[in-house]
Write a protein of this length. Structure first.
Length: 165
């Protein structure tokens, strides 16, 4: 069956929308403190609402936004016991300076030498015109060493788009 009529009142655009990523690996330490991620490379930015100097998305359009991030953590300690390096990793979307959504991955059984972890955060947020969202991460290794947020374009990214209401 092929529809041949006209639909009215349907459609819309999912803008403003953006996706950004870090341009280089970022050391976030291992102390269990949230660090803002320097996502300074735009993948796309439909309405120029993402600021690559302060790493914030300010939509200027009121609405519900589908927000997401994916982050790959890599322990920098390369000892033979490096499987113990990433005990807890967290990714968070901050709204106006406070956590609005986060995801946490705690250490499970793993082989020595396993130094990478991935965390995803997905949330729908109500944003006013002057609200802003940012990308933060945390690693708590419990031992010496440090943690990088990988700049791989296919692994670490942060974005949002307006939902058609």
């Amino acid at each position: 069956y092929a529809f041949t009529g006209t639909v009215t009142g349907a459609g819309g655009v999912n803008t403003p929308a953006f996706q950004a990523r870090p341009g280089s690996d970022q050391d976030i330490g291992y102390t269990g403190t949230y660090v803002k991620i320097s996502a300074n490379t735009e993948v796309f930015d439909t309405d120029s609402k993402y600021d690559t100097s302060n790493y914030r998305f300010t939509p200027t359009v009121v609405g519900k936004y589908f927000c997401y991030l994916n982050v790959v953590f890599e322990a920098t300690n390369t000892s033979s016991n490096s499987g113990d390096n990433l005990i807890t990793t967290l990714g968070a979307i901050y709204k106006n300076g406070s956590i609005a959504a986060y995801s946490q991955l705690n250490k499970g059984a793993q082989a020595a030498g396993y130094r990478k972890r991935s965390v995803q955060v997905i949330s729908t947020l109500d944003l006013d015109a002057d609200d802003y969202i940012e990308f933060y991460c945390m690693a708590d290794n419990g031992i010496a060493g440090s943690t990088n947020v990988a700049a791989d374009a296919t692994a670490t990214y942060f974005g949002a788009y307006k939902i058609i209401e």
